[in-house]
Design a protein around this ligand. Sequence first.
Ligand code: NAG
Ligand code: NAG
Length: 313
Amino acid sequence: MSEHSFSVLLSLLSPFLNSTIPSIPPNFVLAAAIYRLAHGASYKAVGRRFGLDSVDACRAFYAVCKAVNDQLGDLFEFRSDISRVLAAFGWISLPNCCGVLGFSRFGVGGELLGANGSLLVQAVVDSGGRFLDVSAGWPSTMKPESIFRQSKLYLGVEESRELLSGPVFELGNENSIPQYILGDSCFPLLPWLLTPYVRSDEADSFGSMEKAFNAVHYRAMGLVGTAFGRLRARWQLLARQWKEECAEFLPFVVVTGCLLHNFLIKCSEPMPDDNMRSLKEEELPVFDGQVNESGERMRDALALHLSRVSLRR
Ligand SMILES: *[C@@H]1O[C@H](CO)[C@@H](O)[C@H](O)[C@H]1NC(C)=O
Ligand SMILES: *[C@@H]1O[C@H](CO)[C@@H](O)[C@H](O)[C@H]1NC(C)=O
């Protein structure tokens, strides 16, 4: 993190750090927490470097996580600045697209979640690798669809209708499409959540429309993997397996990492490589529930549009 970004962040957070830990200067509190997040350093190592004891290093870390969660929530722009997101997807030929939805796993040791246990984090990302909406901390034993239907994202679209409620986009030929996001095949297909075409049996083959849609969709899904890869590369604390006894804090720390990741993009800091993409990211099962017909119509309309656009190139 550059000195400039650090001082901007410090000016945003320092009043809240001052009131939580008055005994330590806010620049030390912030630096100690960022150091732990970036290097995955233990409280003892952090303490030695910043002249704190381990208890204060731990308090500093959680004070910063809390201040980031409380103060920087608007950096998840799904609620605060969807017009910028829409315009950027427009540039890559995805009209009215508001994001790409997927999961990533964060490993947790111990018996709590079983062997190879992990917590799932559901996230919407934009075309520039920012996190737009994050729902963290679901046990990997839960079905992706159940997680999705309980998330604030789903409730915000289906119940309060405050999300994805903007104008429809005319695709031409009397077809139009509402605001939507693209989603992994583990999610149900909905009018506002477009998942890839799946072959019903091996003998089936896709037409040019399905192929065009799936190719664009596949590339877009890569944005989710890359965003999480960069998140782990930037904040190495998140690349490690978590101890079972700390698992309850993991969601809080993941959200902190995502917000600070967005903050650094906003400060135009260079992106780290996504070389920390977790290798054993096993695929989640493909959704096999009831087909939503209006979702199918929206997907077909967009697929037709995309296949025409790709012909014109
Ligand atoms: C855990 O992962 C190891 C290595 O990938 C695999 O051999 C083992 O079967 C997994 N265990 C469970 C319960 O999934
Ligand atoms: C499809 O999904 C929409 C939005 O969730 C819902 O309102 C509609 O009733 C569903 N249609 C069918 C046929 O299931």
